[in-house]
Design a protein around this ligand. Structure first.
Ligand SMILES: Cc1ncc(C[n+]2csc(CCOP(=O)(O)OP(=O)(O)O)c2C)c(N)n1
Ligand code: SF4
Ligand SMILES: [Mg+2]
Length: 294
């Protein structure tokens, strides 16, 4: 059983600036629970984010963290995973960061299949910049940048991920941290790219998609639902508006992860080789290379 004391190992001293009631608090706690349940320590994981309210998360954890620029955490995370395949690499960023400015990286991560867990804090709005509509905002949504209501169709992340070849696709809800932690555990265990779209209420700027709005619509996938069946997943991927499925919508555990196919990595972790080189005076080129190139 995970105790408060276990979770404390991930506590950070940074001052938390999220609004009281923000769904990001539940995501932070669920990630700590999932890592604790899996026995993953701070030094064994890296959390990479972008820019946004939710992207402040690595600061609020005692863990290896890297805040990249807006929209770019996925390529940075892929590089980190290639350099050190032993690391558990987790990307956490908002819907704008993931599906808007970072949409290209999202598509290519789906088909490339690096062993990275991608948690999207999907509040259907740009929170940090004070409430503009985002790629997942529903049609008609009134914001500062859509005063007459958004005239675009929302992107359906689950359907896009499925079409782009993702091997693990899930949705969960910040109003159900227990469900979220269980989904994160499965996603980290998955050997490949895993997308978790988290319905995350922004209590300050999104007054439409509230906890109540989601509670009225979400339902958990049935016990006998088979996530390996692509056709079933396709049908659920398009459910939005009135009924929103939660759980692991699709998983394919057969596809090889990107790093597992990179020939250069067959000899082992590049980071381990560099560290070995650093320690071995007979292979002292490291210092001269460092002087030349760094
Ligand atoms: C290249 C670039 N473009 C725009 C911005 C401004 N900007 C910062 S955060 C953000 C949107 C954040 O929305 P989201 O990713 O959904 O995160 P949230 O704040 O909702 O958690 C924007 C447009 C930026 N920092 N850098
Ligand atoms: S503005 Fe919204 S997303 Fe940002 S911290 Fe406040 S409630 Fe959370
Ligand atoms: Mg957002």
């Amino acid at each position: 059983m995970v105790t408060k004391l276990d979770l404390k190992a991930f506590d950070s001293e940074a001052e938390n600036t999220w609004c009281p009631g923000c769904g990001d608090f539940a995501i932070l706690r669920s990630l700590k629970i999932a890592l604790t349940e899996l026995g993953i320590a701070s030094h064994e994981a890296l959390v990479v984010s972008g820019i946004g309210c939710g992207s402040k998360l690595p600061d609020y954890m005692h863990i290896n963290g890297y805040m990249t620029i807006h929209g770019r955490p996925l390529p940075v995370a892929t590089g980190a995973k290639l350099a050190n395949p032993d690391l558990h690499v987790i990307v956490i960023n908002g819907d704008g960061d993931s599906y808007g400015i970072g949409g290209n990286h999202f598509l290519h991560s789906c088909r490339r299949n690096p062993n990275i867990t991608h948690i999207v804090e999907d509040n259907q709005i740009y929170g940090l910049t004070k409430g503009q509509y985002s790629p997942t905002s529903d049609r008609g949504f009134v914001t500062t940048t859509s005063p007459d209501g958004a005239i675009e169709e929302p992107l359906l992340p689950v359907a896009v991920a499925l079409a782009a070849g993702a091997t693990f696709i899930a949705r969960t809800f910040a109003g159900d941290p227990k469900h979220m932690a269980a989904v994160i555990v499965e996603a980290i265990k998955h050997q490949g790219y895993s997308l978790i779209d988290v319905l995350q209420p922004c209590v300050t700027f999104n007054r439409v998609n509230t906890y109540e709005w989601y509670r009225e619509r979400v339902y958990k996938l049935e016990e006998d639902y088979d996530p390996s069946d692509r056709d079933s997943a396709r049908a659920r991927a398009y459910e939005w508006e009135d009924r929103i499925p939660l759980g692991i919508i699709y998983r394919n555990d057969e596809a090889p992860a990107y790093e597992a196919q990179v020939l250069a990595l067959k000899a082992g972790s590049p980071l381990a080789s560099v560290l070995k080189l650093q320690k071995d005076p007979a292979l002292g080129q490291y210092e001269s290379l460092k002087e030349q190139f760094l």
